[in-house]
Design a protein around this ligand. Structure first.
Ligand SMILES: C[S@@+](CC[C@H](N)C(=O)[O-])C[C@H]1O[C@@H](n2cnc3c(N)ncnc32)[C@H](O)[C@@H]1O
Length: 389
């Protein structure tokens, strides 16, 4: 390595050590057609460790990776000047520019900074979007054009995906997970929301994850795993299984969005049994309780109207689910997922595990009264969890 490069790296090392490194850019690819256009580096504080976030700007996607100082130097040595001919180090007091001419001659220019500049160790909120449609898997999943633009007929789906990512971010961010976070997305379907979750957690929140998309349809599992493998998405995998038969050893977060009828209950039961810290589900079709209500012959002022019977069945099904979660020590919350125009199945049931002792007999009494009022023999979730109110 030439003396000039060594000098530039020494300046980087000093700035990293003295915590004066504000940012760094690598640009001007040595190979004109290199898919990697430039790299943006900034210091970040993750779990009280000073790291360097590298944002790799490819032609059609961005990728963010965090490295410690030693790894950063290995990468810089590898990339300068083989991959990039221009590098600028921005410190709190000066800008140091490394330029390599077309003939391979390297020079350094230093410019003092006017005024004061500070180091910002926050994640770059503006640049890292929750879900980036330019990532190639969105095209492969059929949501975008090859150029990364959401297609007209997928606009609604994409809004739903984005909203979902926002909600999940607000739920997961305050939680204190140590090491790899184990997640199961049960009834994952075509994987839209699973990929959004993966992207959000790995690229935006820089988390180590093990995400399993559990899906009963083998054709979907095969197709999605091909997409995962072609993009080298470490920590994401689809598993061909019914929700009932899937018993994860480790589970921190259970997601079940629009899993049909009682499949939602099987998923919740699986989350409870595995002691998941967070359970998020968007229930779908509430046939089991509706049928019980219809068969009971009990009709009140509300349920004599077909539409209201349907809505009441939805509310009773999900209220009992929420009560059962509370029984098992989860603090529950029911929230709207997205506006009705995007999906009619828009309720999100969220359970967060707490250390507070639940009032079990009170909860069981509430379930008992609700069932008696509407002539319900039993809720499927009670049966799978062997609960006897
Ligand atoms: C309506 S889709 C929802 C897909 C995805 N979660 C979403 O919200 O976009 C339901 C998916 O769950 C799968 N599914 C239904 N019952 C299941 C079960 N018992 N075990 C595993 N997968 C199931 C279906 O094959 C389907 O792909």
């Amino acid at each position: 390595m030439s003396e000039t490069f060594q000098k530039f790296l020494t300046r980087v090392a000093e700035a990293a050590e003295q915590s004066t490194l504000v940012k760094m850019t690598l640009s001007k690819p040595a190979q004109k057609h290199d898919e990697l256009r430039n790299v943006y580096v900034k210091p970040v504080l993750i779990k009280e460790k000073r790291l360097f976030a590298f944002t790799y700007h490819y032609e059609r996607r961005d990728e963010v990776k965090n490295y410690d100082a030693v790894q950063m130097f290995d990468i810089l040595e590898e990339m300068l000047p083989t991959r990039f001919l221009n590098a600028v180090l921005f410190t709190v007091s000066e800008d140091v520019t490394l330029l390599v001419s077309s003939k391979g001659k390297a020079t350094i220019q230093t410019k003092k900074v006017q005024g004061c500049r500070e180091q910002n160790l926050e994640h770059d909120k503006q640049k890292s979007r929750l879900v980036n449609p330019a990532n190639p898997w969105w095209y492969q999943l059929g949501l975008t054009t090859r150029e990364g633009k959401v297609t007209a007929d997928m606009q609604h789906k994409f809004k739903q995906i984005y909203k979902y990512a926002e909600i999940v971010e607000s739920l997961i961010k305050p939680m204190k997970f140590a090491g790899t976070v184990y997640i199961a997305d049960m009834g994952a379907g075509k994987g839209y929301l699973t990929f959004a979750l993966y992207e959000l957690l790995t690229q935006k929140l820089s988390m180590d994850v093990d995400i399993k998309g559990v899906e009963i349809r083998p054709d979907l599992v095969l197709k999605i795993n091909e997409i995962i493998n072609s993009n080298h998405l470490k920590g994401l995998e689809f598993v061909e299984s019914s929700i009932e038969a899937y018993h994860p050893e480790k589970l921190d977060v259970l997601i079940a969005l629009h899993a049909c009828n009682t499949a939602t209950d099987d998923a919740i039961a699986s989350g409870i049994r595995a002691g998941a810290e967070l359970i998020v589900c968007a229930p779908c079709c509430h046939k089991q309780i509706r049928q019980e209500m219809e068969c009971s012959g009990k009709v009140d002022a509300i349920t004599r109207y077909g539409i209201f019977l349907e809505r009441q069945a939805v509310m009773i099904t999900d209220t009992i689910r929420a009560l059962i979660l509370e029984y098992f020590g989860y603090k529950t919350q029911v929230m709207e997922f997205i506006e009705m125009e995007h999906t009619p199945k828009n309720v999100l049931l969220v359970g967060r595990k707490t250390s507070k002792e639940p009032k079990k007999s009170e909860i069981l009494q509430q379930i008992k009264e609700l069932k008696a009022q509407y002539g319900i023999e039993s809720h499927y979730l009670e049966t799978v969890l062997d609960l006897k109110p």
